[in-house]
Design a protein around this ligand. Structure first.
Ligand code: SF4
Ligand code: SF4
Length: 355
């Protein structure tokens, strides 16, 4: 794969040529001050110096509300999945953060696992059409802990490009065949690197690691057995302040739960799915009226056990990329890093230990 660069003053040219092949989205600050991914129509608004988008990018592959198929109300014609049109164009997410790329594709364990004969129909089709041009984090925010989950401010995992902001220039490392296709679409806006670019990039990477908040190492061998943690008395204490608002799950790039609903509009039925959240009591309510997670305590326990224990056991990875969104957005300041410590899932780092 290749190491290339572009002058930051030419970002408008870059986005313009890329938009010939892709629907390009990038981080912009809205009128309300909230940063989110939006069509990159105005290059002057595309952010390079920002912490992260308020919402993750998972909606590009797992839409918050997605029509799965339609059917006539009389039911004579069976629904045909192949009618699913998928995204209208190949989509390029520009300047997304590396943690979000890790989150996006870690959800493939749920939706696109080759060992699962019943894997999802929609996720793989959307996934094929999403291209990721990541921008490393030169200044990680204090609530981020990507390094503790196996990533890092300049992690390449899941990305097609990793970009490093060098000030007036941006270094572009192509990482995949998709990344090569993006570089071909960029044409001569991408140039050869200059002498010293790689050294400057390495300095930026090292400085970012030094700024990363320290003291966590999730995914370490558990200090306690699974059932000891499951039955621990920490859960009522953590649940006491939780209001089950679902903000943590909706903002999380690695939450995958959904509900499936049917509705009839104008004689046509449609089946759609929407994001759901394990923090809601209805999520686990059975048709019989029984609810296996009837109180906040069970629901809070499930969320953290899933993120930090069950997924690790089932897939060998955490269901958390350390983006810090749930830490920043929880209205009652429940902090997954503190919960992890209470669960014994934290291995304190030795003084001076890197990574
Ligand atoms: S954001 Fe906080 S209060 Fe809301 S459900 Fe999550 S842990 Fe509970
Ligand atoms: S659990 Fe919290 S910190 Fe971890 S990926 Fe989800 S929102 Fe980010």
């Amino acid at each position: 794969m290749a190491l290339l660069a572009f002058d930051k003053a030419r970002v408008g040219d870059l986005l313009q040529v890329l938009s010939g092949d892709f629907a390009v989205y990038g981080p912009v600050r809205g009128d309300d001050g909230v940063i989110g991914m939006a069509p990159a129509d105005d290059p002057g608004k595309i952010l390079f110096d920002f912490q992260n988008t308020t919402r993750s990018v998972k909606g590009f592959v797992q839409p918050q509300c997605e029509v799965m198929f339609t059917y006539p109300q009389d039911g004579e014609k069976a629904p045909i999945l192949e009618e699913f049109p998928g995204p209208e164009a190949d989509t390029l997410l520009f300047n997304l953060r590396p943690c979000d790329a890790r989150g996006l594709w870690s959800n493939a364990e749920c939706y696109d696992n080759p060992d699962n004969p019943n894997k999802d129909y929609y996720f793989p089709r959307r996934r094929e059409r999403v291209f990721l041009a990541g921008l490393g984090c030169a200044a990680p925010c204090p609530t981020c802990f990507c390094h503790a989950t196996g990533g890092g401010p300049f992690s390449t995992e899941g990305l097609d490009w990793l970009m490093t902001d060098l000030g007036d220039r941006v270094l572009v490392e192509t990482l995949t065949d998709k990344g090569e296709r993006m570089a071909a679409a960029a044409g001569d806006v991408l140039e050869k690197t200059k002498k010293g670019d790689d050294k400057k990039a390495e300095d930026v990477h090292q400085a970012a690691m030094k700024k990363s908040p320290r003291g966590l190492k999730l995914g370490a061998p558990a200090n306690k057995e699974m059932m000891d943690i499951f039955e621990s008395d920490i859960w009522p204490k953590i649940a006491e302040t939780c209001i089950n608002c679902g903000t943590c799950t909706y903002s999380c790039p690695t939450c995958t739960c959904f509900d499936i609903l049917d509705e009839v509009v104008g004689g046509e039925g449609r089946r759609f799915r929407i994001w759901d959240a394990c923090m809601y009591p209805l999520y686990t309510l059975h048709g019989s009226g029984h609810n296996p997670r009837p109180t906040k305590t069970e629901r809070v326990r499930n969320r953290f056990m899933h993120k930090l224990k069950y997924n690790l056991k089932r897939h060998g990875t955490l269901s958390c990329v350390g983006c810090g969104r749930c830490v920043r957005l929880c209205p009652v300041n429940i902090d997954i890093r503190e919960v992890a410590a209470m669960m014994g899932q934290v291995e304190p780092r030795a003084a001076g230990q890197a990574g």
